[in-house]
Design a protein around this ligand. Sequence first.
Ligand SMILES: Cc1ncc(COP(=O)(O)O)c(C=O)c1O
Length: 401
Amino acid sequence: MNRLKNFSLGKPGYTPIPSIQLLIKSLFTEYDLDKVTSPWLNYADQYLWLSRSSLSLYLIAKLRFDLTRSKSINIFLPDFFCNEALSLVRTNDINLYFYNVNSNLEPIKESVYNLLEHSIPDIIIQVHYFGENFDCSFLRNTANKYHSWFVEDATHMIFPQGNVGKVGDFILYSPYKHFPIPNGALLVIPKSKLTDSINFKHLLKNLEDIQSSSSRSSQTQTLLKWIIKRIIQNIVQNRSVLSSNISIGNQHDNINPSYVSSCGTRVYKLSFRILFNLYPSFSQLVHRKRLISFKIYQALSKINNNYKDQSSNYITHMIPYSNNTTDFFQILKIQETIWSKFPTLFWPDLPPEVLANPSCHKVAISRTMNTLYLPIHISITDSQINAFLATVDRHRSKNSP
Ligand SMILES: Cc1ncc(COP(=O)(O)O)c(C=O)c1O
């Protein structure tokens, strides 16, 4: 189970950028880790800060593996899932079983029952896609029935909402996706879920073992690169964000190879320092995200009348744009001027097992091919939104009869 050598840093370009002022201030900030972490926790929850949630998944799997007496463990997870996030759990002693999701991204019960006919899950994962609070009762009950651990993947959520954080045995958050920090994921274990088997000390020991075998110097180099890149992005901000447009026609053009460069296992202190400086404005940042989504949804409804504004329901991580058409890429080509004005991507990079079996994973594959996502983060400026709105209006007036 040692897959940590080439562990990677998050995808640049589509994530928030710290201002130079915030960066410089944060180099000298003292921080209070409990305070920084408090928005993600319920009373007496245990937590670990890790570089990325892929590492959280690995640690959960390792803990389970250490407890079982069998040669391997089984993980049930949705077929609409990011392959890159699985890089650390692709080992001979972990079997991955992909259940189907429906067009609303909810688990399909029959598909889970089919998997249960052949294997018993050690771990079941459900995702709160794009920040929406999904009902977890079916998979939670399934986990209870088979004595599996239930993992709530809330990596797309900026902060827990509703019931999130109260249902899972483990909850995953990836603050680095939502805040301008170099890395930082949070693995939360509710107090009520701690048992002899979900043993926090054991988890910590496994983390220490991993950290002692991973290189500090390559992590420092990655941090320096991150800082330099963010300074450059600040200087050429508009150009760098606006030029990150999609390459229509090939979804894999959007997968950035640097996503799989070296990141290490430790959270940078700089991440905590930046978060601590942002802490007093957390609620304003959430408000800003809502406002950006509202404006983008408004623009999208001008392109597609059937568009449903979800901005008041939850704080979205990415806004999906799809068009009920047989040739989505043709539509995108016609709308090229619009999409060149905003960073967009196709998501996720589906696991090869899913891609290899299209008849079994129709929804996951067709959704991946027929949906474009607009990442919504706090560094999107008013001028970028206005440029986007203006191109939508121009496109509409040019193309209306
Ligand atoms: C649903 C989901 N879970 C987990 C991960 C892994 O998170 P991280 O990037 O923190 O390793 C991702 C990554 O994009 C994801 O989309």
